[in-house]
Design a protein around this ligand. Sequence first.
Ligand code: NAP
Length: 255
Amino acid sequence: MKDLFSIRGKKILVTGGARGIGKTVAEHLLDAGAQVGLVDINAGQAEETAAALAAKTGGACAAFGCDVTDPEAVTRTFANFIARFGTLDAVFNNAGITYFKEAEALSPEEWKKVIDVNLNGVFYVAQAAARCFLQENKAGSIVNTASMSGLIVNIPQRQASYNTSKSAVVHLTKSLAVEWAAHNIRVNCISPGYIRTDMTGSVRQDWVAWWEDLIPFKRMGTPEELVGAVIYLISDASTYTSGANLVIDGCFTCI
Ligand code: NAP
């Protein structure tokens, strides 16, 4: 039982790893003995974060600049990851964006951008990961970041594109889980509620007060409170778990 949750020695790629949830999860993966590649559109910030996390944890952490909406860049990034770490064991497929804007005012470009990063990007990364696992004929774990917004409609802010993209991530997760089950490739997602990061850090304070009043826990979550779920879904503690959506939201979606 001692090693059930161990991820020691695993080679893990984290997208959106330069800051926010990806950065915090990456730090704890390193602390737990994994080797981590941070993939982010902001290459400079990813380099800075990788250096800081390597220094803080003593673990092996490398940065890869990559826009997950570019499938060719994603393929190249996985090749670079394998060249650097030798193999791939798991992916935390986490990069995402949001626009707070009324649906009637949203431009086609804004709609497409959210769908492109949050849905297409998640697919391209999952596909590239599966190709690596299949090529080596090995088991693998993919953990996608969906959101409670894929299950409910948030208020008071307007974010139809985001909600739609995250709902699709939940069903994409189930679809890929079934498709790749025979290959021992597990695909799960986490659905965080309101988490304090840069994404939520600059929103109107009256919205935050509204959210905290609605959340049964009466507070937002922290990125650290998502770490255990990601480690569980990557580790051998979850070898019979695939297609699952682990909701971590302080009970928001229970009411
Ligand atoms: P964040 O602080 O904004 O961090 C997201 C990271 O992803 C940033 O480093 C960002 O780079 C990067 N990124 C954006 N577009 C990218 C692209 N096309 N290719 C590669 N990297 C890209 O956000 P977060 O709060 O940590 O959110 C992480 C994930 O959790 C997202 O999928 C989000 O939807 C989800 N989530 C967040 C919350 C929450 O309350 N925070 C709740 C539920 C779900 P830049 O800095 O250059 O933009």
